[in-house]
Design a protein around this ligand. Structure first.
Ligand SMILES: [Mg+2]
Length: 286
């Protein structure tokens, strides 16, 4: 896709006038959709690199490792290192290591989360009499057997707590499609056990943002969160008093935004992601 020439088109609801120290990006619907970069994404990241800004890529999706995301971004034309990617595999692992290092967990997940938990020394079991924590996540291999194990650990034996990597209802796919995400697994377990999910380690939980700021070595007020979802990306930033930009290339349309009360609104609204840099900063970058 070709970048626009000349100065930036004005955003309908304003854009930043200053350049921040750190930029935290959602991925799906913000920088790419499926295997296609969204307009302006590549030239924006190139400009931020040339301006020596700190960049972090943030995803709620635990079905791919941070290494996988770094490789995908690089393949699509956005150079990224593993250290620049933080997802819910990282945050769930660090939450368990920090708060429940001796717990035996039952991850309802695909292979990458289990591999990270094993590498961190977290004990795992499918025996309901041993399980302390059931982890609901985005798991496309979810089945009745896994639900029965969670049911027995939580209700029959009354010993396990329910937590989740992320609260998303669905993962967006190109063409307006999607597939059920972790909320479907949480709902199935809550529905049969009556338990409530006690912890989320993804957006919009503060644990995710604290992990992001720790990785960047910056304060919330020095960064901008850029994403396409009001209930995760933007909510997390608002709760932390952090500037935020909603980009209208993913889940949220202007109509959806306007149906939400002002307290749910981001600092800025962008029709394409490269509008996050003030127009004047593009001189020499086109
Ligand atoms: Mg998104």
């Amino acid at each position: 896709m070709s970048p626009p020439t000349g100065s930036q088109p004005a955003s309908p609801l304003g854009q930043p006038h200053n350049i921040a120290a750190g930029y935290i990006f959602d991925l799906d619907g913000t920088l790419y959709l499926g295997d296609d970069l969204l307009p302006g994404a590549q030239r924006l990241i190139e400009a931020l690199i040339s301006l020596d800004r700190k960049i972090l890529f943030l995803s709620n999706n635990p079905t791919r490792s941070p290494d996988d995301y770094a490789a995908k971004l690089t393949r699509l034309g956005i150079p990224a290192t593993r250290e620049q990617v933080l997802n819910t595999i990282d945050t769930m692992t660090s939450w368990l290591v920090r708060h429940h290092p001796d717990a035996t967990v039952f991850p309802i997940s695909e292979a990458p989360l289990k591999q990270a938990l094993a590498a961190a020394g977290i004990g795992m079991s499918e025996d309901p009499t041993e399980i302390d924590i059931v982890i609901a996540s985005y798991d496309r291999t979810f089945d009745y057997r896994k639900l029965q194990i969670a049911f027995d650990a939580i209700r029959t034996h009354g010993r396990a707590r329910l937590v989740t990597t992320n609260p998303d209802r669905f993962c967006p796919l190109p063409g307006g499609r999607g597939e059920p995400d972790a909320a479907a697994i949480i709902g199935a377990i809550e529905g049969c056990t009556g338990a409530r999910c006690e912890q989320n380690t993804g957006k919009p939980d503060p644990f995710m943002l604290e992990a992001a700021l720790e990785r960047l070595g910056l304060a919330a007020s020095d960064c901008i969160m850029i994403g396409d979802r009001l209930t995760t990306d933007i909510r997390m930033a608002i709760d932390a008093g952090m500037p935020s930009a909603l980009v209208l290339t993913g889940e949220t349309t202007l109509e959806i935004l306007q149906s939400h009360p002002p307290e749910d609104h981001p600092t800025w609204v962008l029709s394409r992601v490269d509008q996050i840099l003030p127009a004047a900063s593009w001189n020499g970058h086109d």
